[in-house]
Ligand binder design. Structure first.
Ligand SMILES: Cc1cc2nc3c(=O)[nH]c(=O)nc-3n(C[C@H](O)[C@H](O)[C@H](O)COP(=O)(O)OP(=O)(O)OC[C@H]3O[C@@H](n4cnc5c(N)ncnc54)[C@H](O)[C@@H]3O)c2cc1C
Length: 388
């Protein structure tokens, strides 16, 4: 049966397995630019074969199925040791909010190229003095006829240097009280005159997140998502995606990293089975991944039920954070003293990759809202504890 017509889970799984077995799975280089290009091509291959946007509507370029169908395919990607596509901010964080709150015109114009990997998206929320306290953001958008004129600065904008579009939170009513009542959700074309992007180098050595400056940047009114001054509701939806939906995707990627490492050990290290450092690392990684898996199964059901933002998203984020950091450290520990030498290959392991992934895992307790903030949300909204 053509993949476009499959709706039943077991059939979808079988077809995914068959397709992945026949398809050349790309090797992912460590170097950022090469990695980006390889994964972007991979996204295009997945899109052309009908595997992208399984849970999105057909007008958005998707298949009109559910989040569970998408998860089934993601599980098969991990099983085949195949990487996730590149456009994760678009696919899992911003795109679902445009899908839910955008106009029909915005959905048909913006979402198909997002799924195909033709357009990369970034998320312009954080500012130098507005991270955890996002509602205090200062970037201004002033209405002038059929456009907004934007001035201000965003920071930590992942993939800002590669993005064609930015989901941009701006203040459109400076006098509104409370502060979040004066915020709008715009979509800015990153090639607009007046936008300057400066990549920032992280401890991983990558520079995929950026400072973005807006100097009298014009954004057509047609690129307002939802209503003016009603952007906070949509921003909360995007943050909820970043905590729930994104956790689903990262589960696959982390699992993929663990399996790849185990494969490498199998191939080159006969003493693996008896080495306690190795069994500890693999054991800890598997436990963390199983906990994440159990949590994600609940998340998928919430996504299918389209419940929208929920404090449980914060639990997803905390569990994801633990999995990222436990696995990142456990695999880096495999290197023993070689952890100080990124050029080394002890036990046939790729030290550069493991060190890189370990460093990146440290960011998990910051991006998408810090762990302290998630715990505050759990304490106040789930446990009913008083605000401190
Ligand atoms: C890898 C990475 C990628 C990112 N990508 C993006 C992106 O694409 N787009 C984007 O908009 N942002 C992005 N961010 C930014 C991220 O969302 C912010 O870093 C985060 O929200 C924290 O904000 P802040 O850095 O301003 O820290 P602050 O808000 O200044 O917090 C500093 C410290 O104080 C603690 N703290 C603050 N308030 C409280 C409180 N009320 N109770 C207890 N503790 C508190 C925090 O937990 C933290 O430890 C990214 C960050 C990282 C690390």
């Amino acid at each position: 049966m053509p993949v476009e017509q499959i709706t039943e889970f077991a059939e979808l799984r079988r077809e995914a397995r068959r397709w992945l077995a026949e398809t050349e799975i790309p090797t992912v280089p460590l170097e950022l630019e090469e990695r980006f290009n390889v994964l972007r091509r991979w996204q295009r291959t997945l899109f052309d074969a009908g595997w992208m946007g399984l849970g999105w509507s057909r007008e958005a370029g998707g298949r009109g199925l559910t989040a569970r169908h998408q998860q089934v395919f993601s599980e098969e990607l991990a099983r085949a040791h195949a990487p996730a596509p590149i456009g994760l901010i678009g696919l899992d964080v911003v795109g679902p909010s445009i899908h839910r709150y955008g106009s029909p015109e915005q959905r048909t114009r913006l979402l198909p190229p997002l799924l195909a990997g033709e357009d990369i998206w970034c998320q312009g929320f954080s500012e130098p003095s507005a991270g955890s306290d996002l509602a205090s953001l200062r970037t201004r958008a002033l209405r002038d006829g059929d456009k907004y004129v934007v001035n201000g600065q965003k920071v930590w904008t992942s993939w800002g240097n590669q993005a064609s579009w930015c989901a941009l939170l701006c203040r459109t009513d400076p006098d509104a009280e409370p502060k979040h009542a004066g915020i709008s959700y715009l979509i800015a074309d990153m090639s607009s005159p007046g936008i300057t992007v400066r990549p920032l180098v992280q401890m991983t050595g990558d520079a995929e997140f950026c400072e973005v400056f807006f100097d009298n940047v014009e954004v057509p009114v047609g690129n307002l998502v939802g209503k003016e001054n009603d952007g906070w509701r949509i921003a909360l939806d995007t943050l909820s995606q970043e905590r729930g939906n994104y956790a689903m995707r990262r589960q696959v990627e982390i699992g993929w990293g663990v399996e790849k490492t185990i494969d490498g050990l199998r191939g080159t290290s006969p003493e693996s089975a008896t080495n306690s450092r190795i069994s500890t690392a693999i054991g800890e990684s598997h436990v963390a991944l199983r906990v994440l898996d159990a949590q994600i199964r609940r998340t998928v059901q919430r996504l299918i039920d389209e419940e929208g933002p929920h404090p449980l998203d914060s639990i997803d984020k905390l569990v994801l954070n633990d999995a990222e950091q436990v696995v990142g450290r456990a695999l880096a520990d495999l290197l023993g003293p070689f952890r100080l030498d990124a050029e080394s290959q002890p036990l046939g392991l790729n030290a550069a990759q493991l060190i890189h992934d370990h460093y990146f895992s440290r960011a998990a307790s910051i991006y998408g809202g810090t762990s302290q903030i998630q715990r505050n949300i759990v304490a106040e909204r789930l446990l009913g504890l008083p605000r401190s």
